[in-house]
Design a binder for this molecule. Structure first.
Ligand code: ATP
Length: 814
């Protein structure tokens, strides 16, 4: 690659009359480069002692400059490399975005000397192919990443098994690339994108993190957020808010493409990332813009997310343009998919947590470490996430203490929601009695309220945070709950801090009669003012996970409930403990009566909760031996929490499905989407598997809302099937997955057509008959949609119910 020089500020290559790069008669360049090298801010905190090098440099004369520079640099590099292998040095090498060091053979470059290099300077500098060592007789002593170093990224195979991946070897090739370049991450994305193998995806992420741990630890968190298609934990409510209009304007500006050409590219490719790639690929710039770094991209996304106010749309567009201008090739594709939050590279939460656990374990114990060590590490990291779902803190904890002490370095923390414990379904009362243990097992039956689950945090300063089941912060939605808690009528004096869980339910303020879920959903969502509240609510507390500085997660439910009852005082129609009775399987009459009273009170049924852990018990009917824990297990669906719903005796449970496509309706519905293609989501791969078409249960308002959201020409729809969709049917448009719908149905059937849960029950997939839309599940994200395994479980449960029940079912529906 030809060398280019710059005049130090303008970015214009300086050339002599022959058109070749100018070389000055004298050679102060190397000397200045050395001075610069040794006064570089990024070296100030270096663990490598610069003094000996500096002294030698100062003793050098003009003539020996170049050789001296080379020698010193080589020594310095060797020392740096050794340190880097020990994970200690990471700021020594120049940052191509801020502190690129280059010298232009004596051309005045005062900006460079003060480290304030303009973007245009860097652009030119980065295209200088001066290599790690400058070729003689040039005076350039450049510490610039070369094209060759960037080129070496393409040779890395991240998806090989960890013992076959040597991060040191790659580090050697990449040593000048700090901060870690975005190209490295997009190279990983292309590799994991190209496979459906979960093992390869995990290997890819694991090896990538291993490499970053040596190359640039500060980029790990950014890389993890970018890979998981998010920019922060759900409770921070950080959203990019890059709509179709911002994106298409930015693409037009950056690529010069016309609106019709953009549309025809979209029609051709169907994926906005592919469109952007194609639009940008032919763009040639006189001067290559500076390369993107992983952290730089993430930080810019944060700026986009926090942009507020009247000018925010313009600012967002500018920032999007900035990234797109600097992106090259595959970077543009993945940047754009990131803008629309549809990266779909299979780096789902469980995969990412596994990769983090493995990367840190391999780095500590070597890539051949024992399998049980890995499994234990995975368990620790998963548990940590369930108690503290924030990658920033988890990665900081891992870096500080390693995996084994992660629970201490990243503990459960007030005002950071824990993932909710989940209940297992039962088909009816008798199945519940079998599942819960033997005839002596004591359990609590509680009303299963039909409202919104809430996790409430309270600290010693009196601060209150209320989180939804989906971990969204919704304190603003319930100022009346905050008010009743802060009035000190509910929280007893001895209660200084807590995390409690309960269901917020609409109630009649005067009688206390429970209202429906529908009436609760009529409340405002944000910044609700107490004076304007028309739907009054009561909080029915049912669990306590933290009290006065102590976690209660490992405490049995009986004790947690005692502590709950002794730490708070009920206030009529505002704060109550969940209605409950204690029972054993011998109290069937009492349980049935309680169940009926729950239905009469407009509840969905009952929750049955084990009071004390059972070491190992043999259930009477199945003769199965099992142990059951009555501790609070975040994010786990355990049989110590059982749901018995009123519908179970008559019809199947509902599914939480993701709408992934739509066809144009007929007649009255011709302007709307009907039917809609629905899918379950595989939590291990992030793939959406089609399960049925649904055209029943929608209100006119819902038709309108759906049409507006998934309108043609928006980035929410695409003609081409996204890679993470499995569907044999081709809807008019595929929809970008972004919401969850609760769907009722008559029964689950084996399907020769649909791929959902294929391979779990048989080599055929499963579908549902007579699907009916019930409601949108705003409290669930797509990653909490029903899984293929859950669908298969429903099928099996239904099979065991017997054929005669099926006839009843159809009658109920028709
Ligand atoms: N007493 C109670 N104990 C626990 N949960 C309760 C109680 N009363 C109401 N609930 C609600 O019941 C929900 C669990 O049942 P359900 O299957 O209806 O909800 P889901 O959100 O679809 O399922 P899941 O939460 O299990 O994924 C809880 O998330 C909670 O909101």
């Amino acid at each position: 690659m030809p060398k280019r020089t710059t005049d130090g500020g303008s970015g214009t290559p300086k050339r002599n009359r022959n058109g070749t790069a100018a070389t000055p008669a004298s050679s102060p360049g190397s000397k200045r480069t050395l001075d610069f090298f040794f006064t570089n801010r990024s070296l100030n905190n270096s663990p490598v002692d610069r003094k000996p090098y500096q002294e030698k440099a100062e003793n050098g004369n003009e003539i020996a400059d170049e050789e001296l520079a080379r020698k010193l640099q080589a020594q310095f590099d060797a020392e740096y490399h050794e340190l880097n292998q020990n994970n200690t040095a990471r700021q020594l090498v120049q940052d191509p975005e801020h502190t690129t060091i280059f010298d232009n053979t004596g051309v005045s470059n005062s900006e460079a000397d003060t480290l304030k290099i303009s973007e245009s300077d860097i652009s030119v500098a980065e295209t200088v192919d001066c290599g790690v060592r400058p070729p003689s007789p040039s005076k350039e002593v450049a510490l610039i990443p070369t094209a060759a170093i960037y080129g070496s990224i393409a040779t890395i195979d991240f998806t090989v098994s960890p013992p076959k991946f040597d991060p040191i070897e790659h580090l050697t090739a990449l040593k000048r690339l700090i901060p870690a370049p975005y190209l490295l991450l997009t190279h990983l994305f292309t590799q994991v994108d190209a496979t459906r193998s979960r093992i390869k995806i995990i290997n890819g992420l694991t090896n990538f993190i291993r490499l970053l741990m040596l190359l640039d630890k500060s980029a790990i968190t950014s890389a993890v957020w970018l890979s998981t298609n998010s920019i922060g934990p759900p409770y921070t409510a950080l959203e990019l808010g890059i709509g179709g209009s911002i994106l298409s304007k930015a693409l037009k500006t950056v690529s010069g493409i016309s609106a019709p050409a953009l549309k025809s590219l979209y029609d051709k490719y169907g994926d906005i990332g592919d469109v952007a790639f194609e639009a940008k690929v032919s763009v040639r710039t006189l001067v290559d813009p500076p390369r993107l770094s992983i952290k730089g991209v993430y930080d810019t996304l944060l700026q986009i997310a926090v942009a507020k106010g009247s000018k925010s749309q313009e600012l967002k567009q500018k920032l999007v343009e900035k990234l797109l201008i600097r992106g090259r090739g595959e970077e543009v594709r993945y940047l754009t998919r990131t803008f629309v939050q549809h990266l779909r590279i299979g780096a789902v939460r469980t995969t990412m947590l596994t990769a983090l656990a493995r990367a840190f374990t391999f780095t500590e114990y070597g890539p051949d470490c024992a399998q049980d060590k890995l499994q234990k590490a995975e368990e620790i990291v998963r548990q940590c996430y369930a108690r503290h779902p924030n990658y920033n803190d988890i990665i900081a904890g891992l870096l500080v203490s390693g995996v084994e002490k992660l629970a201490e370095s990243c503990p459960m923390t007030l005002h950071i929601p824990i993932l909710p414990m989940l209940g297992s379904i039962t088909k009816d009362m008798s199945e519940m009695l079998v599942k819960i243990g033997n005839e002596h097992t004591e359990f609590a039956c509680e009303f299963k309220y039909d409202g919104q689950r809430a996790q409430i945090h309270y600290d010693e300063s009196g601060k209150i945070s209320i989180f939804s089941r989906h971990l969204d912060l919704m304190t603003d939605k319930y100022p009346d709950i905050v008010d009743v808690l802060q009035s000190h009528r509910v929280i007893l004096d001895s209660t200084r801090s807590f995390i409690l869980e309960g269901e917020i339910v609409a109630v009649n303020e005067v009688t206390g009669a429970l209202g429906s879920f529908q009436s609760l959903s009529n409340r405002g969502r944000k910044d609700v003012q107490i004076a304007s509240i028309s739907v009054t609510v009561c909080l029915f507390a049912f669990d306590l996970m933290y009290l006065n500085g102590e976690s209660l997660l490992d405490v049995p439910f009986r004790t947690r409930r005692e502590l709950l009852r002794s730490s708070f005082a009920p206030v009529p129609h505002k704060f109550a403990f969940a209605e409950s009775i204690d029972a054993t399987p011998l109290d069937q009459d009492a349980i049935s009566t309680f169940f009926r009273s729950s239905i009469e009170s407009k509840c969905e049924g009952i929750m049955v909760k084990l009071l004390d852990s059972i070491a190992a018990t043999t259930t009477a009917s199945t003769r199965r031996t099992k142990s059951l824990l009555s501790t609070y297990t975040p994010d786990l669906r355990r049989e110590s929490w059982l749901k018995v719903k009123k519908d179970y005796d008559s019809a199947a449970d509902s599914l939480d499905l993701v709408p992934i496509g739509g066809w144009y309706g007929n007649g009255r519905k011709s302007n709307f989407w009907s039917p809609v293609l629905l899918a379950v989501r595989d939590p291990d791969t992030g793939v959406f598997q089609a399960v049925c078409k649904c055209m029943t249960g929608f209100t006119d308002a819902m038709y309108k809302e759906t049409k507006a959201k998934y309108d043609e020409g928006t980035i929410n729809v695409t003609r081409l099937k996204p890679a993470d969709f499995e569907t044999p049917l081709t809807p008019e448009y595929y929809w970008v997955p972004q919401e969850v719908w609760e769907i009722k149905f008559a029964d689950v059937t084996l399907s020769p057509l649909y791929p959902a849960a294929q391979g779990i029950i048989s080599d055929r997939g499963l579908s549902i008959r007579f699907p009916r839309f019930i409601r949108k599940r705003d409290d669930k994200g797509v990653d909490e949609a029903s899984s293929p395994a859950f669908l298969a479980e429903l099928y099996q449960r239904q099979q065991s119910r017997g054929a005669e029940d099926q006839d009843d079912l159809y009658e109920q529906f028709y």
